[in-house]
Structures are given as structure tokens and as C-alpha cells.
Design a protein. Structure first.
Lengths: 369, 774
């Protein structure tokens, strides 16, 4: 359930991001065009139906991310995972001022924004904010793309689409950035008439509103940092319960000792044993499956997700997913069932995985060590 | 392990002090803020009037002529040499100025931030710096995006490069080359993407310069990172060029990268402040920072390098690398530390010539060691791969054979087997390894010489052309050095390849005729000695001539002596030359049974001049090659042996033929020499008729050397078979017909048989002695 929810919310957020960036990219043509396209690309996300959905998706996605950090056993991760965690953590402080200045200002303080004004603010009055936007865009887009990629790459049809989608993945943010730069140059040179949003008469003045937004944003950032810190502390607390170690041997490789509480995949990664894992340890793809050759301790029963994946693969009773199997002491001997550098296309290959491939992989490993 | 520190230290030092020449140049005496950029700035800001004036002056032909003349004179006349004392005092006063400048700069550094801020606000309108940073980020993102795209599309190729197991040295090299080309294209796309996007917009001057500096710094940093990844390959031990373990390679990478980062930051900061000062007219105020920042950067770099030298030296407990390497000697890091310290101090006092000399000399030995280690590592990998491949082939062979080999596997213990293949593989790349190491050494030493000459501001060519004492010494020593290095290279190559070929030719096993390699076994040592003498003579002559001794008389004298000796040693020369031609003709080889004139025997050895032949009864003949007219070789390809025996006239010839055929078949079955028989024994029928008997001929063809044994057995078996079949060999019998009508008396019988005996024995006494055979 959590897995599906994460993908769904992620997709919603990614769709929003895509449309927003498309809108900004129009700045390459002119600020007026940006403004014209805004109702279709940006404002529809702010209406009474979609707005709450977007907000909910954001909150759920954040919550799931924090939960994943809590559940993570080790911070020795693949490069993709490192990028995902770091980008998600810096995203929030980068994003809050932007959201405060645009959506919150419009909804709660009745300050409708237009692109010319915002660009002028970013490029002229608050260049630090402008810099922040570039960082925000990069972090959000990279985070979104990696998440999407990890989900997509085990799909059967992905290899056919991949080569066409890569240019899009680069072109959109690049065009958006260029549009942002070009739009900024246009408003700064005075070609575009800038209309600033003014608060309605009788209410608080613009300075008061800005100050209020600032303080709200700061509080939110502090809140986020606090929550993150709490999650990290809770995680440490959880991990303190694990003690002892397991002696693990992969067939054909030297044995190593790993502390308990990690999954088998994490322990292998920590000890530099190459291991296929296309979905990134989320139990989706089954490329990390291993055959249990022997264990001195009883192994925990496979979870619902793991059982489903194993059933789909038609695996025997002694096969487990390394990314889901928590090691719990004693001695454990396993054998990888797929070569460590398996390609997504191989996963859908209907037939036995070539034994020679695996042997070749093992041989190479031995040679490497 | 010990090499590791040296390698890294060498690589880093080189990378840093060549990547960061700007701090080394900034603040040299006479150029308090003299980066190369400054001079171009100065010319570009020259006023239009001045330029016009210059053009007008250059238009005057007389002036141009005078200038040209002056130039010529300058070229011809050597630079005015100062006395040693004045030179030293000049150097000392330069250092004083430099140190004084340093001290005053450190004193004045407190005022710099304020001045910088002032210059900043004066030079850049509001938020320009932040905007510049924004632009840089955007461009970097664009470049990075394009590069990512490239990597996605080139991914299959990259995976093939990264995950394939190189099988031979050539593959390994081409793979490494491909890898770096691959990354270099990515880098180029990144650079083109970011710079191209930058060029799409027009910018104010200062922003433009700042952005360019930052972009260049990022690109330079990435290039360094790429080379580090190429050499150290922290994630791919198969592609690593230096023999380091995974952890150590990673650690080294971290050090190099952080050192590069510090260096790049120092350069960017200095350059940025410099440009700011020039563009805004705050040069005076910012000058101290431009002196101080490089010093701080260099200090940090020096400390980092020292830390690296010490850290990389420490053995890592969990490293699975070569354990047989000797424990690292303690003095190496100490020497490196001292070198770094000395370099830093020399740089600080502005003695850049001394600094470069120290760096180059300090780097030379680690660099030679490094190149050796890299080359050794490359060849080790290649040999290991080749070993694995040959082992695989050996494992596959028995599987293909339906009948397992009888006793081969048990006879040869596996350890011995591995040893022999290992030895063969070491010789597979041995020559190339030696050559590569020596070539690298030559290149490094020449590079060091050129580098030192450059550091002292003398062109290598101009110095060697100059007629001063130093020029002569320089030229002579360079010549000698190059001669020695080249001679070493050639001699090593020749010796190694000759020895390797010699080692391949073991002595022929007993009973087997020596193969054609025996000729090479004879020729190669001669060739080796000849080469050694030739190279030695050439080297001595070259060295003598390059240190200024006229070798003409020497050569002439040698020529005269050569002629005199030549006349005297005419026979010797004839022997040597004809010996070589006999060898080239392949007339005989060591171990063969030959016959010349009236001498025969087995060739035991050959010297340059003579041939030593051992007669089968032990006598040793020594024959100068010049004396040989013709040589009969009994050991080539095949021999035919004809035997004959005498049988009485009443013998059944068909039976004889059958018996011979049977014996021939039996001989062929013999396990000792059966395989040497090419055409087995067969009867040739009656060869001739004699007075008392028929002569039956048989013959067989076999490999040289086996004929004696076969002949022995053939005779023996034929005799036995004939005896069984009731065929007797003919004997000489004399029939005496006595025409008498009475019985002979015993005296008469005795007389008659005595006469008959004489008649029988007479032809026997005329028989030739049996030819001598081994």
C-alpha cells in the first residue's frame, strides 16, 4: 500500500512540476506568453478540487519519505538513494519560501501574483531568492526523475520508451531555466511592464504581509527540521535494539561479518559485494533474489509484498529477496540468482537466466578481489 | 605498499603544482599582482592615442630597420654575465623585497574585506554577484544535463568498457583509452553545453569575467577529477592503472580531489579579487589579499599533501593486496615531507627556479617508480588474464577428448604445470615490459631536464647551442645521458629477447635428433656477444666524442690496427665468416652425427671459429670452419639401410620373402624404435649371384640415429627365423675333386684339404676392413 501511495503521490507532484516548468519555459519566448499560458498550466493546480489533492500528495509523499528514512537500516546506500535522500531533505527549505510567496500569499492574503512581478522580485529585488529558485528546480527535478526512473525501469515497456524520454527529461528543466533567465532579462531591461500585486485596501500593508509570510516560512522550516531530527533520533533508538552480528557467505565469495538489523542487500552493499537490485531495494523487481543455502538461525517469514513478488517470479521455497530479508544472527549462506550487473531488459527475459553469465560474473569478482 | 605512497605523492604533486601555477606566479617580485591576465588587461586598456602613435612609429621604415638590427645584435652577443657576487646580492635583495612584501601584506590584510566590499558595491550593481552565481548554476545545470543525456545514450558502451574482462594487454590498453575518451567526450559536452548557454546571452564585463572564471574553475576541477578517476579508478579495480587496493585508491582519490578543490578555490578567489581590483580601481587596496590568499592556499595544500603522504603510507589491515611486498621504509614519507616543506619555503621566498628544480628532482624518482609500477601493474594484469585463459583452455581440453589421456595428468603435478605456464607467460610480455619501463624512464628524465632548463629560464636548444662552459657541459651531459639510456634500452631488449629465445631451446631429449632450434642455440650467444661489444664500442665512442675528445684519430688508429690485425688474422676471419655461413646453411647442428673428409663424429659444440666433433669412440676433433670443404650429415630426415646376407642356391626365395616381411612387421611393433621406422624391412630379392651362394638384399628406412639398433635386431630376428625355417646361411665350401682311382692316403687327404683351405681363405684375406660405425 505504502509503495503504491508513494508512486501515486510522486506522480501527482511530478505532473505538477512538469506543467509548472513548461510554463516557465515559455519565458524563452516572452513573459506575456508565460502569463497567457498560466491559467492552463499553473492555475488549474490551485483550484478548489486539485489544490487540496496536490497539498495532500505533498504531505503524504513527505511523510512516506520520512518513514522510509526511519526504516532505513544503514546510510551506506547506492548513489541513487543518496541523491534521493539529500535532494528531498534540501527540497523543503528551498521550497517553503517559494510556496509562501506565491500560493500562500494568493490564497491567504489575496495577493494574486503574475510572472512579471515574481521574475522582477527574483532577479532584481531578491537575487538570493532567484538563486534559490535555480537550486529548487534542480533538486526537485532530479528527485522526481530518479524516483520515476526507479519505478519505470522495471516496467516491461520501459526499454522501448527510455531512449525517447531521456531528452525530454533534460530539455524541460533546461528550457525552464533558460526561460527563467530570459524572462528575468526581459523584466530587468524594462521591456515588460511590471504590475505588482497590491493588497486590498483596508487590510494589512504589503510590508506586514511579507513579514508575516517570512516568519511563517521560517517556522515551517524549523518545524520540518525538527521533525526530521526526531525521525533520525527515533531511527537511532530503533537501531540500538539491534545487537550481535551475522556471518554471511555468498557462494564463491569470501565470507564477511555484518551487524544485525540490516537487510541482506544492505549488508552486501556495505561489504562491497556487487548485487543486482533494479528497483533500489523496494521489493518490486525481484532482481536481488537469493537462494538460501543454509542458515543456523530461523529466518523471518517473508512479508506480504515479498511473497507477492516471489509468487510472480515463480520462485521456489528457498528463494528470498535480499532487500527484504533481515539478517538476525548466526551463520547464513546464500547464492545470488542473478548476475550482479543485470540489465532491466534481462528481467523480462522469459527463460532461465544463463548460467554461464552468472559464472562469468562470479569469476570476474574473484579476479577483482 | 611502499610504491603506493610514492605514486600518489608523485601524481598529486604533479597535478597540483602544474594545475595551480597562478598562485605560484602571483606575487613574485616585480609583479606584485602579476597574473598573466593582467598584462592582457593592460594592453587592452591602452588608450587609442597611444596605439595610434605606436602604429605611426612602426610605419617608419628606418625605425623598423634599426629595431631589427638591434634585435640581431642582441641575438648574437651573449647576455652580459654578471659576477657571482652581484648575482647573489641581487637574489638576496629580491628575496628581501618579497619577504617584506609578504609581511606587510599580512599586516594589511585586515583592511581587505572592507575594501573588497567597497569595490564590490562599486563594481557590481545591486545583486550582480548573486545573479552571476545564478547564471553559473543554470549553465552548469545545462552542461550537466547534456552530459547526463550523453551518458544515458552511451551507456551500453560504458557498461561494456566497465564490466568486460580484458583478455590481453592490447585490449586492456584500448579499453583504458576508450574509457578516458568516453569520459572526455562527456566532459567536452559539459563544457560546450555550459559555455554555449553562457554565450547565448550578452553580459556586462565584470559579470562575464566572474562567470567565465567560475565556469573554467569547475571545468578544470572536473578534468582533474576525470584523470584521477582514470588513474586511480576507485570503483573499478580492473581498470585501475596503479597497484592500489580499493580502500587505498578511494582514500587517495579523496585527498587528490580535496587538494584540487582547495587549489581551485584559491585560484578563483585570487583571480576574482584581482579582476575586481582592476575593474574598479581598487588594486592598491586589494593587493595584500592577492599576496596572502595564495600563501594560505599553498599552506593548506602543503599540509594536505603531508597528511596524504603519511596516511597513504600506513598499511590498511583489511587490504587484500600483495603481501609479499617489503614493509614500507620509514624514511620515504619523511623525505617527502621535507621536500614539500622545502618547496613551500622556496616558493614563499620567491626563489621559483630553486622551487621548480626541487619539485622536478623530488618528483623524478617517485615518477620513475610510479611509471614502473603502472607498467608493471598493466603487464601483471595482462599476464594474469592470459594465465586464466590458458588455464581455461587446459581445463576444456580433457572434456573434448573422448578418451582421457593415459598418464599425462598423473605424471605432471599441477603445481609444476602452473609454474611452467606462468614462466611462459612472464616471457610473453617480458620484453615489452622492460622496453616500456625504460622508455618511460627516458621520457621522464628528458622531461625533467627540459623542465629544469625551463625553470631556470634557459631554452634547452639555445643553451646547447651556446659556446659557454655551461652550455658545453650541459650539452655533453645530455648527450652522454641520452646515449647511455638508449644503449641501456637497446642492450636490455637484445639481451632479454636473446635469452628468452635461448631458454626456449632446451637440449634435445636423448635418442631424438635435435631440431632446427639447435642452430639458433648456437648462433644466439654469438650474436649476443657481438651486440654487446658493438654497443659498448659505440657508447664509448659517442661519450668520448660528446665530452669533446676528438675520436677521429682513435677511429683511424683502430682502422690501421684493424687492417694489420686483419692481415694477420686472415685465416681467423675466414673461419669466422665461413662458420656463420655454415650455420646459416644449416649444414649441421649441435648433437648431429656428421662426416667431413675423413673425420666423423657428433657435433658437440661450436665456437666462433671452430667446430668440435666427438668421434663415437671418444676422440674429439676440433676443426676450424675455414677448413671445411664439404660436410656430410647423417642425421637429416631419414636414412636407408641396406643389409644383405648369403644363402645357398637351393633356398626357397618365396619363403625368405615371407620371413622378411614378418620380421619387418615385428620390428615395426617394437615399442623402443617402432615409431622411428619410416618404411619397414622388406626384401629386395636376390641382389647378385656369387660363386658359392646367392646374395639376398633387404632394406629399411628410418629416422637418423635409430638405424643401428634396428639393424641389430633385424639381423638377429632374421637369423632366428631362418634357423626355424631350416634355411642355413651359405658358407664357403670348396669341393675338391680328386681324379684318382684309389683311395687317398691320410697324408694325401691332409695335403688336399690344406690346399683347399688356402683356396678358401685367400679371398677372405682380400676383404676390406669393415667400415667403422658407431
Amino acid at each position: 500500500m505504502a509503495k503504491r501511495l508513494r508512486i501515486i503521490t510522486g506522480l501527482i507532484l511530478f505532473a505538477f512540476l512538469t506543467m509548472h516548468l513548461t510554463n516557465v519555459a515559455l519565458g524563452l519566448s516572452s513573459v506575456a506568453l508565460m502569463e497567457q499560458a498560466r491559467p492552463w498550466l499553473l492555475d488549474i493546480w490551485a483550484n478548489i478540487v486539485v489544490g487540496p489533492v496536490l497539498l495532500a500528495a505533498l504531505l503524504i509523499h513527505m511523510g512516506l519519505g520520512l518513514a522510509a528514512i526511519y526504516r532505513r537500516n544503514t546510510f551506506n546506500m547506492t548513489r541513487n538513494d543518496i541523491v534521493q535522500i539529500v535532494s528531498s531533505l534540501i527540497l523543503v527549505p528551498l521550497m517553503i519560501p517559494h510556496v509562501m510567496g506565491t500560493a500562500v500569499a494568493k490564497e491567504f492574503f489575496d495577493l494574486p501574483q503574475n510572472f512579471a512581478g515574481v521574475l522582477m522580485l527574483f532577479w532584481y529585488y531578491e537575487p538570493a531568492e532567484g538563486l534559490r529558485q535555480v537550486l529548487l528546480l534542480s533538486a526537485a527535478w532530479i528527485h522526481g526523475c530518479i524516483g520515476l526512473f526507479l519505478w519505470l525501469r522495471v516496467q516491461r515497456w520501459w526499454p522501448h520508451v527510455a531512449y525517447f524520454s531521456y531528452p525530454v527529461a533534460v530539455a524541460l528543466p533546461v528550457l525552464a531555466m533558460l526561460g527563467y533567465v530570459e524572462g528575468g532579462k526581459q523584466v530587468m531591461s524594462g521591456e515588460v511592464e511590471v504590475v505588482y500585486a497590491m493588497p486590498p485596501e483596508g487590510g494589512p500593508t504589503i510590508d506586514e504581509i511579507v513579514a508575516q509570510l517570512h516568519s511563517m516560512g521560517n517556522w515551517l522550516i524549523v518545524l520540518f527540521l525538527l521533525v526530521t531530527a526526531c525521525v533520525l533520533v527515533a531511527r537511532m533508538w530503533r537501531l540500538m535494539g539491534n545487537d550481535g552480528a551475522t556471518r554471511i557467505r555468498y557462494a564463491g565469495l569470501p565470507a564477511y561479518t555484518s551487524e544485525n538489523g540490516l537487510t541482506l542487500l544492505e549488508s552486501a552493499r556495505t561489504n562491497e559485494i556487487p548485487h543486482a537490485s533494479l528497483c533500489g531495494g523496494r521489493g518490486r523487481c525481484g532482481t536481488c533474489r537469493v537462494r538460501i543455502l543454509g542458515s543456523s538461525h530461523p529466518l523471518p517469514q517473508p512479508s506480504e509484498d515479498e511473497q507477492r513478488t516471489l509468487r510472480r517470479l515463480g520462485a521456489g521455497g528457498d528463494v528470498r529477496l535480499a532487500c527484504q530479508l533481515k539478517i538476525g544472527g548466526g551463520r547464513l549462506e546464500v547464492a545470488r540468482l542473478l548476475p550482479p550487473h543485470v540489465k532491466p531488459a534481462d528481467v523480462h527475459y522469459e527463460g532461465p537466466v544463463a548460467q554461464s553469465d552468472q559464472n562469468a560474473g562470479d569469476g570476474k569478482l574473484e579476479a577483482a578481489e | 605498499m611502499r610504491r603506493a605512497a610514492g605514486i600518489l605523492w608523485a601524481a598529486l604533486w604533479l597535478a597540483l603544482f602544474t594545475a595551480g601555477p597562478a598562485p605560484a606566479q602571483v606575487g613574485q617580485p616585480g609583479f606584485p599582482i602579476g597574473t598573466p591576465g593582467v598584462s592582457t588587461e593592460a594592453t587592452s586598456t591602452a588608450s587609442a592615442e597611444e596605439l595610434r602613435e605606436l602604429l605611426r612609429l612602426l610605419g617608419n621604415p628606418a625605425l623598423v630597420q634599426a629595431l631589427r638590427q638591434q634585435l640581431e645584435e642582441n641575438k648574437v652577443s651573449p647576455p652580459k654575465s654578471l659576477s657571482l657576487r652581484s648575482e647573489i646580492s641581487a637574489v638576496v635583495s629580491r628575496m628581501e623585497t618579497r619577504l617584506h612584501g609578504l609581511v606587510s601584506s599580512f599586516g594589511a590584510i585586515g583592511a581587505v574585506p572592507a575594501a573588497a566590499a567597497e569595490a564590490w558595491t562599486a563594481g557590481l550593481n545591486r545583486g550582480d554577484a548573486l545573479r552571476a552565481l545564478t547564471y553559473v548554476l543554470v549553465f552548469l545545470f545545462i552542461g550537466g544535463g547534456l552530459e547526463w543525456l550523453y551518458h544515458q545514450y552511451a551507456r551500453p558502451l560504458r557498461l561494456r568498457i566497465a564490466h568486460g574482462v580484458p583478455e590481453s594487454l592490447g585490449q586492456r590498453m584500448s579499453r583504458a583509452g576508450l574509457g578516458i575518451t568516453f569520459h572526455f567526450i562527456g566532459m567536452a559536452i559539459f563544457a560546450a553545453g555550459s559555455a554555449g548557454a553562457f554565450l547565448m546571452f550578452d553580459w556586462p564585463t565584470l559579470t562575464r569575467e566572474m562567470v567565465i572564471t567560475l565556469l573554467l574553475a569547475v571545468i578544470a576541477f572536473r578534468i582533474v577529477g576525470m584523470f584521477v578517476a582514470f588513474i586511480l579508478a576507485p570503483d573499478a579495480p580492473d581498470l585501475r592503472l596503479v597497484p592500489l587496493g580499493n580502500r587505498r585508491a578511494r582514500r587517495a582519490t579523496r585527498y587528490v580531489i580535496s587538494a584540487t578543490l582547495i587549489g581551485a578555490a584559491g585560484v578563483v578567489l585570487t583571480d576574482g579579487l584581482n579582476r575586481l581590483g582592476i575593474n574598479t580601481g581598487y588594486e592598491e587596496e586589494l593587493a595584500p589579499a592577492i599576496v596572502v590568499i595564495p600563501v594560505l592556499t599553498a599552506t593548506l595544500l602543503g599540509l594536505l599533501l603531508i597528511a596524504m603522504v603519511w596516511r597513504l603510507r600506513q598499511p590498511l589491515s583489511d587490504e587484500h593486496t600483495d603481501d609479499d611486498a617489503a614493509p614500507p621504509p620509514r624514511h620515504i614519507p619523511v623525505i617527502h615531507t621535507v621536500l614539500i616543506g622545502v618547496t613551500f619555503l622556496l616558493w614563499l621566498i620567491g626563489a621559483s627556479e630553486m622551487m621548480w628544480t626541487t619539485i622536478i628532482l623530488g618528483l623524478l624518482f617517485p615518477a620513475i617508480k610510479t611509471s614502473k609500477a603502472i607498467i608493471g601493474n598493466l603487464f601483471d594484469h595482462a599476464e594474469r588474464a592470459a594465465d586464466a585463459r590458458s588455464a581455461e583452455e587446459m581445463h576444456e581440453e580433457p572434456a573434448e577428448d573422448t578418451a582421457p589421456p593415459v598418464s599425462m595428468a598423473e605424471d605432471a603435478p599441477p603445481a609444476l604445470d602452473d609454474g611452467s605456464t606462468l614462466a611462459a607467460d612472464h616471457s610473453r610480455y617480458g620484453t615489452r615490459r622492460l622496453i616500456a619501463v625504460r622508455l618511460a624512464r627516458i621520457v621522464l628524465i628528458l622531461g625533467a631536464i627540459a623542465g629544469i632548463a625551463w625553470a631556470w629560464g634557459v631554452g634547452v636548444l639555445s643553451l646547447s647551442e651556446s659556446q659557454s662552459v655551461w652550455g658545453n657541459v650541459f650539452r655533453a651531459s645530455v648527450n652522454v645521458l641520452i646515449t647511455l639510456l638508449l644503449a641501456d634500452l637497446v642492450w636490455t631488449w637484445a639481451k632479454y629477447s636473446i635469452n628468452r629465445r635461448l631458454a626456449e631451446y632446451g637440449p634435445a631429449p636423448d635418442g631424438m635428433a635435435p631440431g632446427p632450434e639447435a642452430r639458433m642455440a648456437t648462433l644466439l650467444p654469438i650474436l649476443r656477444m657481438f651486440l654487446m661489444i658493438t654497443i659498448g664500442v659505440i657508447v664509448v665512442l659517442t661519450v668520448l666524442s660528446s665530452i669533446g675528445i676528438n675520436i677521429g684519430p682513435l677511429l683511424a688508429g683502430a682502422g690501421v690496427a684493424g687492417i694489420a690485425i686483419g692481415f694477420g688474422a686472415q685465416a681467423l676471419v675466414k673461419d669466422v665468416v665461413s662458420g656463420i655461413f655454415f650455420l646459416l646453411d644449416d649444414a649441421f647442428r649441435v648433437g648431429e652425427y656428421i662426416e667431413m673428409d675423413n673425420l666423423r663424429g657428433t657435433v658437440e659444440s661450436m665456437s666462433l671459429r671452430s667446430l668440435r666433433v666427438r668421434h663415437h669412440r671418444g676422440a674429439v676433433h676440433t676443426i676450424p670452419f675455414g677448413e671445411l670443404k664439404s660436410v656430410t650429415n647423417h642425421m637429416r630426415d631419414w636414412v636407408i639401410m641396406k643389409l644383405e646376407f648369403r644363402v645357398p642356391f637351393d633356398t626357397n626365395l618365396m619363403q625368405v620373402k615371407k620371413i622378411v616381411k614378418r620380421v619387418g612387421a615385428e620390428l615395426q611393433q617394437h615399442e623402443g624404435y617402432g615409431q622411428h621406422i619410416l618404411q619397414t624391412l622388406k626384401s629386395q630379392g636376390v641382389r647378385r649371384m656369387e660363386e658359392f651362394n646367392m646374395v639376398v638384399g633387404v632394406k629399411f628406412m628410418c629416422r637418423p640415429g635409430a638405424q643401428w639398433l634396428i639393424r641389430r635386431d633385424a639381423y638377429q630376428k632374421l637369423r632366428d627365423e631362418f634357423e626355424k625355417a631350416g634355411i642355413s646361411f651359405a658358407q664357403r665350401d670348396v669341393k675338391v675333386r680328386v681324379e684318382s682311382d684309389r683311395p687317398l692316403t691320410p697324408e694325401e687327404i691332409k695335403a688336399v684339404s690344406g690346399a683347399a683351405q688356402q683356396a678358401v681363405e685367400k679371398p677372405a684375406s682380400e676383404l676390406q676392413p669393415v667400415p667403422d660405425e658407431p
